[in-house]
Design a protein around this ligand. Structure first.
Ligand SMILES: [Mn+2]
Length: 336
């Protein structure tokens, strides 16, 4: 495809092969309808990347259905400011056998939850992701583990489709970029990430409002639940951890999705290399978020427990008690 005037030069940071890009663009160009999906319990990168590409596909005249496979199909409160949510359809209204499906930020088929059947039956599948654990499960894989966010790959895809940024698209991509770089604080923050931010901010998006929506607001009950979690925090041999039960949340009507920020408080602990927060979901399973300061690869440890993620930020699911779960986790940490 030809470059348009005013389009930024392709970033050298993203190392998907030219052949893969061309095949992806060819498949998308031919399609009338595209089914988009991102991982369950979507974060800003998953949902933002998916909606940004959805805007461009719609402007190309394609029918778009976007979804994520959670049983409780609700957009996390902190992501409700994202534009384009009219593209979202619940899993039970999602195409069962899509001609063309694109997944965003999902390292595996299992992370697509209720949409797993659609992925398996999709005639063609494009996988857009940056998780190092992603071994590629698409007809075409647009995967780059060095990208700080899937949003970086989504931006490239948009340009290659002949699209350009407007404020809505930029807002979605920016949400992905700032979520996954921790507001440009994580080690994944590259020159390319800042260069992308400059392109996004130049569309006139409101970085202050986005930051407030993502990080600087919470219902009052969050403070109470945070207090309960911090009240039972444990520090032991370089590991700091705590947990939040369903009962904690029920007292304040706080949904599971509100718990995301607790790990960011716990992981500050000077005396710890690794932090973990166990969050009991509505089904009674423990979703475990872990963070490393860099010396220990928590993705490796979480993978041994059936999860995955990145070197410094990873997770897994446990059906054991918090204490039993952390005993296993600690044993693996000692080996790591
Ligand atoms: Mn991501």
């Amino acid at each position: 495809m030809r470059d348009r005037p005013g389009r930024p030069a392709r970033s050298g940071s993203v190392t998907v092969s030219e052949d893969a890009w061309e095949r992806a663009v060819g498949l998308i160009s031919e399609a009338d309808e595209v089914a988009l999906a991102c991982h369950i319990s979507p974060d800003g990168d998953a949902l933002g990347s998916m909606l940004a590409v959805g805007f461009v596909l719609r402007s190309m005249g394609k029918r778009v259905a976007a979804s994520f496979g959670d049983r409780d199909f609700t957009v996390p409160r902190l992501l409700r400011f994202l534009p384009g949510q009219d593209m979202l359809v619940p899993p039970d209204r999602y195409p069962a056998e899509p001609d063309l499906m694109i997944t965003f930020d999902s390292p595996s088929i299992a992370r697509l939850g209720l949409l797993e059947g659609s992925v398996r039956r999709a005639r063609t599948l494009i996988v857009v992701d940056h998780h190092p654990s992603n071994e590629g499960f698409g007809t075409v894989d647009l995967i780059d583990a060095r990208a700080a966010a899937t949003a970086m790959l989504a931006e490239q895809l948009i340009y290659r489709l002949g699209g350009s940024l407007d404020r809505d698209i930029a807002t979605c991509l920016y949400a992905g970029l700032v979520t996954d770089t921790g507001s440009f604080r994580h080690s994944s923050t590259s020159p390319a990430a800042h260069q992308m931010a400059a392109r996004l901010v130049a569309t006139g998006l409101h970085t202050d409002e986005i930051a407030r929506e993502l990080w600087d607001r919470a219902p009052f009950g969050y403070l109470k639940v945070l207090a309960a979690a911090l009240g039972r925090v444990t520090l032991d041999d370089g590991l700091v951890w705590t947990y939040v039960t369903r009962v904690d949340r029920a007292a304040y009507g706080l949904p599971y999705t509100e718990l995301e920020g607790i790990i960011d408080v716990v992981r500050r602990t000077d005396e710890a290399d690794v932090a973990a927060v166990l969050k009991e979901d509505d089904q009674g399973a423990w979703q475990v978020s872990t963070r490393s300061k860099g010396r220990i690869d928590v993705a490796h440890v979480c993978a041994a427990l059936g999860g995955g993620g990145h070197h410094n930020a990873a997770g897994f699911t446990s059906y054991d008690s918090p204490e039993a779960t952390m005993a296993k986790f600690r044993a693996l940490l000692r080996e790591a």
